[in-house]
Design a protein. Sequence first.
Length: 164
Amino acid sequence: MWLKMPLLCVLVLYLVACASVPASQPSAMAQAKPPVNMHNTQDVRSRLMAAYGQWKGVPHRDGGLSKMGVDCSGLVYLTFADVFGVRVPRSTEYQSQKGVVVELTELTPGDLVFFDTGIKKRHVGIYLGRKQFMHASSSRGVMISRLDNPYWKDAYWHSRRLVR
């Protein structure tokens, strides 16, 4: 009987640990989201702006996936899961290979915008409409910037549409 107690304790601890969800996991992974009509650009923008309200000002942290700090691809990863119930790759490199290329003039809210920000450095944001995109800036945290800002205009690489 006493020999079985440690085994039972280990089993209980294992089950409790498996039942918890780390804070870095998108809530959409745990529960199904109602489908979003991606053709309704006003609704998509509204949902993205609500998500921005929750992330605004969160500091940049390489590899971060929480309100303590998030990087650009992590913000995309978590936002797509929470807002659209869609899993996307975790890294900017793999995000930049998904979906279809979209011309800058054809962007709609929810499209991803990619930038070449230095030698072997890429950056990603989520287009909100009105020439604005949400992203995790390395200097100012999660914020909204404009595509027609000279820095972003010069660094623009391409855009992709992941869902429709």
